[in-house]
Design a protein around this ligand. Structure first.
Ligand code: FEO
Length: 386
């Protein structure tokens, strides 16, 4: 697949994977992208996951069509992209590795036997000429590891963006939800904590004239780039993307669930139709993380359990706090048969978050909804829409 006249796709699709990075469900598989820049000197960008290095090397061999590559550019040392470096060097021993100094330090930890490999260390603003194509390098620390670099091909206006602008899902299956959903789940799962670093990179890239974004995962982005860059702006600045409500509930016998659905109904009666509701114990965990960041308002409804909120609720809040959750309106519903505690615990867990508006009233249910707690749900619905 040609991206431009000289830039050719060499990546692979993974439909064997159960969990990406050991924790993310990827029902549509995963793509590990690699590209070949054909010029007087040839550069290959990144390798792929260990299970696919043979297939990838064969792709590269076919693209090279008998020619020898001069460089292997390593934008990111995480093994989903660097597992094939040794095999590449065995096949093309004359090739020079191009990477940042921190990447080199990681490289010799992963591949101590390759410590003698020829290398070209690049830093912010370094340039590499392949002939017609001139690459400029940008450091992108913590997007998603500290050693990451991006590169920009001035001739074809291509940004090699490392993990940024990546998504879950292989490239040979159509994602029924389009790009945004699985890119958002990928972003908030993997880079959500590093909004400030993403902002820094976006600032650096703002003046580049980019026509194609070649990420390490997911499709090459060729048009409407403002849409994707705009989403990255929103996500990395922790602004809500959607003016709706996410109701996340943890219920044991269905009474808290009933309250969550009744609140949804009350919001709908008041004209709010953009509502996502999820049973935290059953919905994909990172789908919940994604939705908490996506919507402007979040309602947390939990049973009290061992003088705590329910374990999946605690995990959700802790992982939101870990990812710098902020700038949202939050409503709380708790249930407790003898000593309701969940709301106090949830409030406490959310304390480190900046710019949270935690609404009154907190709705307390004693075992099942009654007239008084139903009236409080009405008040909460009003407060959410104020
Ligand atoms: Fe796709 Fe951070 O590795």
């Amino acid at each position: 697949m040609k991206i431009t006249e000289d830039i050719i796709y060499a990546g692979v699709n993974d439909h064997q994977i159960d969990l990406f990075e050991g924790q993310y469900e990827v029902p549509l598989g995963m793509a590990y992208n690699s590209y070949v820049i054909m010029d007087e000197k040839i550069a290959v960008t990144d390798t792929v996951d260990a299970h696919f290095t043979g297939e990838w090397l064969e792709n590269v061999r076919q693209i090279l069509n008998g020619r020898e590559p001069s460089y292997l550019i390593v934008h990111h040392m995480e093994p989903d992209h660097s597992a094939g470096v040794r095999m590449f060097l065995e096949a093309y021993p004359q090739a020079v590795l191009v990477m940042s100094q921190p990447a080199w330090n990681m490289f010799i930890q992963f591949f101590p036997e390759c410590a003698g490999a020829e290398k070209l260390i690049v830093k912010e603003g370094s340039e590499l000429s392949l002939g017609k194509h001139e690459l400029v390098f940008y450091t992108a620390a913590m997007v998603h590891w500290p050693e990451v670099i991006m590169s920009y091909d001035k001739k074809d206006k291509v940004l090699f963006s490392a993990d940024a602008f990546g998504k879950f899902g292989a490239n040979d299956v159509e994602d029924p939800e389009g790009w945004d959903c699985e890119a958002r789940r990928y972003y908030f799962g993997i880079v959500g904590k590093y909004g400030m670093q993403v902002q820094n990179v976006l600032k650096k890239l703002a003046n580049l004239d980019v026509e194609h974004i070649c990420s390490l995962h997911g499709p090459v982005l060729n048009e409407d780039l403002g849409h994707y860059i705009g989403l990255y702006q929103t996500w990395s600045s922790y602004e809500p993307e959607d003016d709706g409500v996410f109701i996340a509930y943890a219920s044991v016998y269905g009474n808290t669930e009933k309250a969550a659905y009744l609140l949804k109904q009350k919001l709908e009666e008041r004209g709010m139709t953009n509502i996502k509701i999820a049973d935290l114990a059953r919905e994909d965990f990172y789908e919940n993380i994604e939705n908490a960041f996506r919507y402007k308002r979040l309602v947390l409804a939990s049973v009290t359990y061992d003088t705590d909120c329910f374990p999946v609720m605690r995990k959700l809040i802790e992982q939101l706090v870990h990812r710098n959750y902020q700038k949202r309106t939050v409503g709380l519903i708790e249930n407790g048969t003898w000593g309701p505690m969940a709301a106090k615990v949830m409030k406490g867990l959310l304390e480190p978050c900046k710019e949270l508006n935690i609404l009154e009233p907190v709705v307390t249910i004693r075992s099942t909804l009654n007239e008084a707690s139903t009236a409080k749900l009405d008040e909460l619905a009003d407060a959410l829409l104020k």
